[in-house]
Write a protein that binds this ligand. Structure first.
Ligand code: TXA
Ligand code: MG
Length: 336
């Protein structure tokens, strides 16, 4: 069934106040709405109402085995939605929340099955929790007064939306509204961690909170793609996929054939003659700044896709800091 999707602006306080009633109406009647967060746009619905959560899966065409992140109105909700974790896990988790919330960090904790519907967690004994630092998202979730389940606002397996226009192009006709607060700040999804009983911090998905930042709180272990699958079914290798095949190189050379697109890390490092050999070039940053590159990544992938290039040549980022998250998304885009 097709619905009319409204794009409501929320660039100012006045616009947000005007849009809030429609957003809350939709959420209260169990309909999902696309909202900005500091990472990517999310498709949010009442996390504690299984029928509302089901509509998220339906709109995204997401398989039910892929669990969702719950976004909390406040820290107090952690105790309600989870069970106590043993050993050092609780203390390390507390310290992480104290330092990184609200912000782009998601923690996986033992789920309280009496409060969190099975559907949210895809039946897993755990639940993923986050508190967004985006002022618009915060206002909505606080006014709603309950946790919002929110995956990225794209159809399953596609590139995450970093603007309201992207969310609209993914979900128009499937959801009642998209709240527009401009481009998102980080551009890649939250870092997902799980803390083991011995205090080791396992990174299930690299993101804006880097390994270096996490290291202050314990030993950090990156769980590689396939390894995370039993616990994080959503960490499917092929994700963030543009339509064109993508090859990942340490540094781009000349175009391998005609009609290729180039996803270059730094404008300063691509000679003009080399760029001219590509049908379209997207520069993620001017001189290689990873913050700038991450923020531009998904929009650049979409533009190359829209240009209809036959092949995307992408450059790997240096594997430190945010470069780890950028490379993770690029290698998923390269897998099909
Ligand atoms: O930045 C973000 O995290 C964005 C914004 C909207 O908050 N959300 C997001 O959600 O990226 P989504 O659904 O696209 O990705 C969430 C990932 C999925 O790969 C899922 O498998 C994993 O989190 N996940 C969810 N619950 C989990 C759990 N209990 N254990 C392990 N992984 C889990
Ligand atoms: Mg996603």
């Amino acid at each position: 069934m097709s619905v009319v999707t409204r794009l409501l602006p929320a660039h100012s306080e006045a616009e947000l106040v005007a849009a809030l009633p429609a957003v809350l109406d939709a959420l209260r009647s169990g309909k999902p709405v696309a909202l900005p967060t500091e990472t990517v746009y999310g498709l949010a619905a009442d996390a504690l109402q299984a029928s509302a959560v089901a509509r998220i899966f339906e709109a995204k065409e997401r398989p039910f085995f892929d669990p969702l992140i719950c976004h909390l109105p406040s820290r107090e909700w952690v105790a309600r939605l989870t069970l106590r974790s043993g050993g050092k896990s609780g203390a390390v988790t507390e310290a992480l929340l104290e330092r990184f919330w609200p912000g782009p960090l998601t923690v996986v904790l033992p789920r309280n099955p009496e409060v969190v519907p099975d559907l949210v967690a895809a039946g897993l004994p755990t639940v993923a929790l986050r508190m967004s630092a985006h002022p618009v998202f915060q206002r909505v979730v606080e006014a709603f007064g309950r946790p919002l389940a929110a995956p990225s606002a794209n159809r399953f397996g596609r590139i995450s939306p970093t603007t309201a226009a992207h969310a609209l192009s993914e979900l128009a006709g499937r959801i009642p509204l998209v709240l527009d607060a401009g481009a998102t700040r980080h551009g890649v999804e939250s870092t997902i961690v799980r803390v083991r009983e011995d205090g080791v911090i396992e990174v299930l998905r690299p993101g804006p909170v880097t390994h270096d930042e996490l290291r202050a709180f314990g030993f950090v272990r990156q769980i590689k793609g396939a390894l995370a699958v039993p616990d994080a079914p959503g960490q499917l290798a092929s994700h963030y996929a543009p339509r064109a095949p993508l090859v990942l190189l340490d540094a781009a050379g000349d175009a391998p054939s005609s009609g290729c697109g180039l996803l270059a890390l730094a404008r300063s490092r691509i000679p003009a003659a080399r760029a001219a050999g590509y049908a379209q070039v997207e520069y993620l940053s001017s001189t290689g700044d990873p913050l700038e590159a991450a923020a531009n990544l998904f929009a650049a992938m979409r533009r190359l896709d829209d240009a209809g290039v036959a092949l995307i040549v992408a450059e790997r980022a240096p594997a430190t800091g945010l470069g780890i998250a950028i490379n993770d998304r690029l290698s998923r885009a390269a897998t099909r």
